[in-house]
Design a protein around this ligand. Structure first.
Ligand SMILES: C[C@H](O)CC(=O)C(=O)O
Length: 536
């Protein structure tokens, strides 16, 4: 069997977290740590052809940039190229000429790896010949391998034989493979390809290292990893662990001290900041073949709470989410994109009355005696959000809920709570409708459209699917005389959910025709007028 090649691609795959902007000091310490840990190859970044928005040096990894580094003797330097970047109107050869102005007679870069989807690889393969003629060693990497059939994988290996490909890689880009899947892929490649095989894994299901080692046991001898696993989504196999395994495979000791120091000084703080590493959301994305960037984006955006993330994953699972798109993510978050419809008109219960909406913030429990006294005295119609139960249940008339995952999580509680539940019943998924069978539902429809807040007899259109907007719409549709709110304390300063809530509250309050809203318990929402429960 040919020698083992350990390839670290931290800056290339980890750059998805920090726009490939690593400090020169970090990069230099990294190079020394890699050498000491007996890593053979460092892939220092991508060579992107497009230059839009700021990205750091490791997005372009130019010859000039690599020359600013002191590369330890014996460490091979590589870069990665997205195959798709060669398939534009510019043309394959002009793109290559732009990206690789030097031959290996002068550049410090020796290895180029291509990252390709199946539908691209045949058109990209000729680039291997072009680079090889200029002295480069070339690896070819097929992404999203778990979606490919045996025949496709064999075709990939067969076609690669026509070009001077040094190593044929496969990537478990979605991180959903098991060691059995890895063995099967290698077996299929081997029916056509006798040369070196490489593996690049992702850790969605916590199997990245295990899959890498399984590939090695099955004959792959180019193994990828990254420092602390820093890489897209949950990240990759961790180099610090692979280096330990490599010591045993090669029967020679490595010096891990510089790598462990590098982790303590630089990578642990970065991991705290960006939060890669497997978690249940990535696990689900791996299990259902959903592109990890969906989860990475949602985890980095405080507008998505646990329910939202689970709901989006479920939606992408049903509708497909192999390719990341920002539009698709916002659509998946919007459970109420369809034309809104309902059958219940809130005016039947609400017209001419004051409504008190009870949120889930701590202000309700904190001011419970005053709130209860007011309800007994002034007799507003009391509408509680979700399962809010901080006051005497006898004093709550109705409940409102509209988030499908929150509803599913609360089904049991709702079936035990005595109040009718206002919800877009006829728009809910079938499994949820079935779970709520037997509960008295008041079917008020909800449509979500940015910048719109309109109120109709049996439905509304709101700028967000937050239950607060929905409950407010119910009260307005019902022609409430005044809307009091309690338990809308607000999120900590800097939390973007405050902006989302302030945004739709301002949209509402700009319209002088609408019923007045006022918070009667403490609130930090700037767009919500506020008075005290103790003075009314
Ligand atoms: C082919 C590359 O390794 C790209 C990548 O990270 C992937 O998972 O796909």
């Amino acid at each position: 069997m040919s020698a083992l090649n350990i390839l670290d691609c931290t800056f290339r795959d980890g750059g998805y977290y920090n726009s490939w902007d690593f400090s020169p000091t970090l990069i230099q310490s990294y190079l020394e740590a890699m050498k000491a840990a007996q890593v053979d190859i460092v892939e220092l970044g991508f060579r992107f052809i497009k230059n839009a928005g700021f990205k750091g040096a490791c997005a372009f990894t130019t010859d000039a940039f690599v020359r600013t580094l002191s590369i330890p003797e014996g460490l091979t330097v590589g870069v990665m190229l997205n195959g798709a970047d060669l398939l534009t109107d510019i043309g394959l050869v002009p793109s290559l000429e732009k990206l690789f102005p030097e031959t290996t007679a002068t550049t410090p870069v020796q290895l180029v790896r291509f990252a390709c989807h199946y539908h691209e690889f045949e058109r990209v393969l000729p680039a291997v010949g072009w680079l090889s003629d200029r002295g480069y060693r070339v690896g070819f990497n097929l992404m999203q391998i778990s979606d490919r059939t045996q025949e496709e994988i064999r075709n990939y290996a067969r076609k690669a034989l026509d070009w001077p490909v040094e190593v044929l890689y496969f990537a478990d880009s979605m991180g959903g493979m098991t060691p059995d899947d890895v063995s099967r892929v290698i077996e299929w490649i081997r029916t056509e390809w006798e040369g070196p095989i490489g593996v690049h894994t992702h850790d969605n299901m916590g199997l990245a290292l295990q899959n890498t080692l399984c590939a090695q046991a099955e004959g792959a001898n180019w193994l990828d990893a990254t420092v602390t696993g820093m890489g897209r989504g949950p990240g990759n196999a961790r180099i610090e662990e692979l280096a330990i395994e490599a010591e045993a495979i090669r029967g020679r000791k490595a010096n891990l001290v510089p790598l462990l120091t590098l982790i303590r000084k630089y990578f642990r703080p970065l991991k705290e900041l960006y939060g890669w590493g497997s978690n249940p959301y990535y696990y689900l994305s791996g299990k259902y073949g959903i592109h990890p960037t969906y989860v990475q984006e949602m985890l980095g955006d405080a507008r998505y709470n646990e329910e939202d993330i689970l709901a989006v994953i479920e939606r992408l699972r049903e509708e497909g989410g192999k390719k990341f798109s920002t539009d698709r993510l916002s659509n998946a978050r919007n459970f109420y994109a369809a034309a809104p419809h309902g059958t219940w008109a809130p005016a039947r219960l609400i017209a001419g009355r004051e409504v008190l909406i009870l949120g889930t913030g701590p202000g309700v429990a904190a001011h419970r005696p005053a709130l209860e006294a007011y309800i007994r005295r002034a007799k507003p119609l009391v509408l509680a959000l979700n399962t809010q139960s901080a006051i005497d249940p006898e004093l709550i008339d109705l409940r409102a809920a509209c988030h499908p995952v929150r509803l599913m999580a609360d089904v049991e509680a709702h079936t035990l709570l005595p109040q009718p539940l206002i919800t877009p019943a006829s728009m809910l998924p079938d499994n949820l409708k079935a779970a709520l069978a037997g509960k008295e539902l008041l079917d008020f429809g909800l449509g979500v459209e940015p910048g719109i807040f309109t109120f109709h007899d049996t439905h509304c259109v709101a700028p967000t699917s937050l239950v607060l907007a929905y409950a407010l719409a119910v009260a307005v549709s019902g022609k409430a005389t005044r809307i009091l709110m309690a338990g809308f304390d607000g999120y900590p300063a800097g939390d973007p959910r405050n902006d989302e809530i302030n945004g739709f509250l301002s949209l509402y309050t700009q319209d002088a025709q609408q019923a007045k809203i006022v918070s009667i318990s403490p609130t930090s929402y700037k767009a919500l007028p506020s008075i005290s429960i103790y003075g009314i």
